[in-house]
Design a protein. Structure first.
Length: 245
């Protein structure tokens, strides 16, 4: 069901060090950012727009029928970019929930985008995100795989206690691979971007720790698989094969 008070924003910029020009890289004849846009539209949970500072990205999205909002070029994070875009697109403040969907998830499933809203059914939750159980030692020990440590609050939900690049928690039991997709209550997003970077955020290089250190509640929906982001040429070829299939 479409939720008219939900806005899905896809922040996109060209300055990726490992894969320059990433949003416009070709996957099956279509720019990667357009694949992500189409997945978000297929989720059918609200208005969808790409937030960018790059005219070439805006042009590519518009050619394929998508909505774009231009933002400043000096934002330090995607959260800051979507906050500006929210203010531009919704000056009357009718939007209640904002989803931050990374522009390098071309294989994310629409139902996973919708799933990130479910923890917000609990009014105590400020921010919702997703994770999937880790099944390999390589994932457990890889510092590029962010792990979420949390307390179980439902059959498929955790209350986040910490996010880390380390192998955590210690001992026997499941570990969870964090998926960088967020749903914010509007007030939570506004509070979050007004906070200064926190010590643990700067140490782990994980923005979501700023919210936890400020006492905000993040709940995590558990899904069956991790949508693979595109950060390297090898990732790009994997995405091309997946979408060709």
């Amino acid at each position: 069901m479409t939720a008219p008070r939900t806005l899905v924003l896809i922040p996109a910029r060209m300055a990726a060090t490992r894969l320059p020009g990433k949003p416009l890289l070709d996957i099956g004849g279509v720019p990667m950012i357009v694949h992500v846009l189409r997945r978000a539209l297929a989720a059918n949970i609200g208005r969808v727009a790409v937030a960018t500072d790059t005219p070439a990205i805006a042009d590519a999205v518009r050619v394929h029928g998508g909505e774009v909002v231009m933002t400043r070029a000096d934002h330090p994070s995607g959260s800051d970019r979507i906050h500006e875009a929210l203010q531009t697109l919704d000056p009357d403040r009718s939007i209640e929930t904002v989803i931050n969907l990374q522009g390098d998830f071309p294989t994310i499933r629409p139902e996973q985008i919708g799933a990130v809203l479910q923890p917000l059914d609990d009014p105590a939750v400020d921010i919702a995100t997703l994770a999937a159980e880790i099944h390999t030692e390589e994932e457990s020990t890889n510092p590029n795989v962010v792990k979420v440590v949390g307390s179980k609050v439902g059959d498929a939900r955790l209350r986040a206690l910490y996010f880390t690049r380390a192998t955590a928690p210690w001992g026997d039991g499941p570990r969870y691979h964090h998926i960088g997709l967020y749903a914010y209550r509007r007030a939570a997003l506004e509070r979050f971007v007004a906070l200064p970077p926190s010590p643990l955020e700067q140490r782990e290089k994980l923005e979501q720790l700023r919210a936890l250190e400020a006492g905000m509640r993040i709940d995590v929906g558990i899904v069956g698989s991790v949508p693979r982001g595109v950060d390297t040429p090898a990732d790009l070829e994997t995405a091309r094969r997946a979408l060709a299939g």
